[in-house]
Design a protein around this ligand. Structure first.
Ligand code: HAM
Length: 419
């Protein structure tokens, strides 16, 4: 009786074949756009202290309330698989004293994240995000640059029917008075709101704009809008972001109901959706988080960034699979004698050491099948290693030449240059 099979956990998936090479292509496009703009790659741990997200992402967010994979390690420490990247990168910014570097400090990532959500197309429990965060400047030009880079990435990756929605949440001070009037409005209409929204009225009344519940949506139609209550500085910051986006030729819609699902945002917020996706139309999003570094124990430092879901980009985009690496040399064995096999294995190592892409038969195929395999993988040259001689076959020219085994790598390199 064979052992029972084990499947990947619900909401997770394996990445292989074309999907794997599309991701390689996506990563190199992202690098090609972000690094010339001054963004450096960062990787943070897959798990962090639970407190980082409780404090960083916020107690009223769905993520902290119900979506975190949290556990206790053997030492009793409370840990969580990272549900998002901004709080960990702020933690790293503080931990590595990056405020002492020349600002803005710009960082980008392509990492996996974990949320305990109901799995469906485009919504997974382990998913990947490509993202970018920039610290140390309040300048609206940094907001605009960040949004332009996200937009460029999505269009380079062929994401179809993209819409960019933009708003401003103002600063916490200017939000105070508005928050009171919204809270009062929500309490006055409590009877029509969903239970979830009612529970959050005092914790985060703005989240009511995000609700799908029909009664809540109807109430929110007539709710006071934060965008109409920004103070002068926040309003002019937003105007400047808008005019810079226009200067860069990026089209957007102002959406005063855009609030985003994480609690750390201040001022600019934005979301990219693709109508080519089904229910999960959010392909990327982000905004400013001018208080977050300070809330995580660092010096007051403004920040702005975004993240886009890799699976959703691949669903709505046209990311060409990265071309498979060409095989420059295939080492074949004429017969299976141990001496010839050892020599052939030595040749394989020598070829790779010289920078050639080289492969060898590792399953004991007969010579004829080795040659047809070499042909099928598009090998440029095949070295047939026997006990008494070695022959180098040029698969393109259909020519062959006997030579000393030590001369093979040189001949292949020379042949490549001649091409
Ligand atoms: P977010 O909107 O929660 O923002 O996620 C960004 C993107 O990640 C979404 O637009 C979506 O494409 C993808 N995504 C989120 N959850 C899932 C899921 N369960 N399955 C598949 N894809 C998913 C953030 O995470 C913020 N940290 C973005 C940010 C960076 N804000 C400032 N800096």
């Amino acid at each position: 009786m064979s052992a029972p099979k084990i499947k990947a956990p619900r909401g997770t998936f394996d990445v292989l074949g074309e999907q794997a090479s599309a991701r390689t292509a996506l990563e190199s496009r992202a690098r090609g756009i972000l690094e010339p703009a001054g963004y450096e790659r960062i990787e943070t741990p897959a798990f962090e202290s639970t407190e980082l997200f409780a404090r960083g992402v916020g107690a009223s967010s769905d993520i902290v309330r119900k979506e975190m994979f949290s556990f206790q390690d053997a030492g009793g420490r409370e840990l969580t698989l990272r549900p998002e990247g901004t709080a960990p990168i702020c933690r790293a910014y503080v931990e590595h004293g990056m405020h002492k570097r020349r600002q803005p400090v710009k960082l980008w990532y392509l990492s996996s994240f974990f949320r305990h959500e109901r799995a469906q197309a485009g919504r997974h429990r382990q998913f990947w995000q490509v993202g970018a965060e920039a610290f140390g400047s309040e300048d609206p030009a940094l907001d605009a640059e960040s949004i332009v880079l996200a937009s460029t990435l999505l269009s380079t990756l062929g994401v179809r029917q993209v819409r960019l929605r933009l708003s401003s949440l103002g600063s916490p001070e200017s939000r105070g008075a508005y928050r009171e009037s919204l809270t009062a409005y929500l309490h006055a209409n409590e009877g029509s709101l969903s239970e979830e929204v009612r529970e959050r009225i005092d914790l985060n009344p703005l989240r009511a704009f995000d609700s799908e519940h029909p009664g809540t949506r109807a109430v929110m139609q007539a709710a006071p809008r934060l965008l109409d209550h920004l103070d002068e500085q926040d309003a002019s910051h937003f105007t400047e972001v808008r005019s810079l986006l226009e200067a860069a030729g990026v089209s957007y819609e102002v959406d005063p109901t855009l609030v985003r699902g994480l609690d750390y945002y201040t001022r600019t917020v934005f979301e990219f959706t693709s109508d080519a996706l089904g229910a999960q139309s959010g392909v990327g999003g982000g905004g400013r988080y001018d208080r977050l570094v300070e809330e995580l124990g660092g010096p007051p430092t403004p920040g702005i960034g975004w993240a886009a879901g890799v699976e959703r980009i691949l669903l709505a985009g046209e990311v060409p699979a990265a071309a498979a690496a060409p095989v420059e040399l295939f080492v074949a064995l004429e017969d299976g004698s141990p001496a010839a096999r050892a020599e052939a294995f030595g040749l394989l190592a020598q070829a790779r050491g010289a920078g050639l892409s080289a492969q060898m038969d590792l399953v004991g195929r007969a010579l004829k099948r080795q040659l047809s395999h070499a042909d099928s993988i598009g090998a440029r040259y095949v070295a047939i290693v026997g006990d008494s001689r070695t022959v180098l076959k040029d698969m393109q020219q259909r020519q062959e030449e006997p030579m000393a085994i030590d001369a093979v790598v040189h001949a292949v390199l020379r042949g490549q240059h001649a091409l």
